[in-house]
Design a protein around this ligand. Structure first.
Ligand SMILES: *[C@@H]1O[C@H](CO)[C@@H](O)[C@H](O)[C@H]1NC(C)=O
Ligand SMILES: *[C@@H]1O[C@H](CO)[C@@H](O)[C@H](O)[C@H]1NC(C)=O
Length: 157
């Protein structure tokens, strides 16, 4: 909140995080948000009150979209036993625009192996007829325009 006696109110939750610069003469008020995170993905409304003036549009709203995938969560769907078919899922809850997912795999000695690597839209990697050879580490990386984030899943069959 800003009033023309230069009084500025900032919610304690946003102290040090935002700055409001207003100029009544140029009729411009600027809200600066520092180090935006996914928490700031929201609608932001500006309301103007002019004493004695009751006509016209007094509010305007904009949407802030912070581009970053959150740390993905890797899970095993199915039973990690011989000859089973299982799926490894990778989900990044937040993130706009939607991230793409890439799976990479390392054997139990942490040596990269050529299967999968696989890029999927939905983050699901299907493994068929698994055995001890399938055991190892599976790394999923969620990527969008801003950053990448990974999870590391240990599979022991
Ligand atoms: C799974 O793998 C084993 C060993 O390689 C093979 O004997 C079996 O036929 C396979 N099962 C299926 C359903 O492909
Ligand atoms: C995945 O986790 C295992 C076990 O904690 C570790 O040895 C391995 O280096 C990790 N791999 C990556 C790429 O982070």
């Amino acid at each position: 909140f800003y009033s023309n006696d230069n009084h500025v109110d900032i919610d304690p939750m946003y102290e040090g995080k935002i700055q409001i610069d207003s100029n009544v003469n140029t009729r411009v008020s600027t809200l600066t948000l520092k180090q935006a995170t996914l928490r700031e993905n929201r609608r932001i409304k500006c309301r103007v009150n002019i004493p004695g003036d009751t006509v016209g549009q007094t509010t305007a709203t904009t949407s802030l979209v912070v581009l970053a995938p959150s740390d993905p969560v890797c899970k095993i769907k199915g039973t990690a036993e011989y000859w089973q078919n299982i799926s490894l899922t990778c989900v990044s809850e937040e993130g706009s625009p939607l991230p793409t997912y890439k799976w990479q795999s390392y054997d139990v000695r942490n040596t990269p192996r050529s299967f999968p690597p696989k890029t999927t839209e939905d983050g699901v990697l299907s493994l068929f007829n698994i055995s001890a050879d399938t055991s190892g580490y599976f790394i999923c990386t969620a990527t969008n325009e801003i950053r990448s984030a990974s999870c590391n899943l240990t599979l022991s069959v």
